[in-house]
Design a protein around this ligand. Structure first.
Ligand SMILES: Nc1ncnc2c1ncn2[C@@H]1O[C@H](COP(=O)(O)OP(=O)(O)OP(=O)(O)O)[C@@H](O)[C@H]1O
Length: 209
């Protein structure tokens, strides 16, 4: 489903170019990018997710060479096919939870469908928060809202950067169980970057950076 070849990335202010191993993410084969701080996990997630173009190499998603697309087409491709969960929920504070998720439909140019939003919020057990604003939710509820927004357009891949960093063992298990349930419910493959070796056992496919 995702395949990368010979990826390299150079930050303009950095001395050395980053080079990455070949990555294959197959459907339903949840994949972990494991590495120490500074090893390039976030950079690689951005390259694989279509967020920043590599200095060399290619990324294929279902045989589409995503960096051969125009920026506009790539943005749309990403909005339809990839879901992102950032460390902070990144919800717009002046929009309700429901409006935040409808915005994701709008940006992907898919039908703005309130019923679909409510169904997803219901599956994630925060339907009663649809009309609340982000600052009225607990951290756990915000995380569920961020997941709802990430899966609303039925992406193929759900990408998360360090979802368990700074969590204790109990909350780490809670978040990983939630992500696994989400993957099963919404039929989406997980691609996660972390330095947290506690979550290794959840993954069939691990790359050490
Ligand atoms: N904007 C930037 N400009 C210059 N160098 C950068 C920039 N962002 C990251 N780097 C460098 O690129 C390398 C990889 O960074 P990256 O953020 O991908 O690592 P990471 O494995 O995600 O780290 P962490 O676990 O600490 O978040 C690091 O050496 C970092 O210092």
């Amino acid at each position: 489903m995702i395949r990368s070849e010979n990826l390299k990335f150079q930050y303009s202010s950095a001395k050395n170019e980053l080079t990455f191993p070949t990555i294959h993410v197959d459907k339903n084969k949840h994949t972990l990018l494991l590495g120490e701080s500074g090893s390039g996990k976030t950079t690689l997630l951005h390259l694989l997710g279509g967020l920043s173009a590599p200095t060399a190499g290619q990324v294929f998603i279902d045989s589409h060479d995503i960096y051969a697309l125009s920026e506009e087409k790539r943005d749309l491709f990403r909005a339809k096919n990839m879901g992102f969960i950032f460390q902070d929920a990144h919800l717009l504070k002046n929009l309700t939870i429901e409006e935040n998720i409808i915005l994701a439909q709008y940006l992907a140019k898919v039908k703005q469908d309130r019923n679909a939003v409510i169904t997803v919020l219901d599956k994630l057990q925060i339907k009663d928060k649809a009309n609340s604003y982000p600052n009225q939710l607990s951290r756990g509820q915000l995380q569920r809202a961020a997941i709802a927004r990430a899966v609303i357009n039925h992406p193929k891949v759900l990408i998360a950067d360090e979802p368990t960093a700074a969590l204790d063992d109990t909350n780490t298990k809670y978040v990983m169980d939630l992500l696994m349930e989400t993957a099963a419910t919404f039929e989406v493959t997980l691609l996660i970057a972390t330095h947290d070796t506690r979550i290794k056992s959840y993954f069939a496919n691990t790359y050490q950076l």
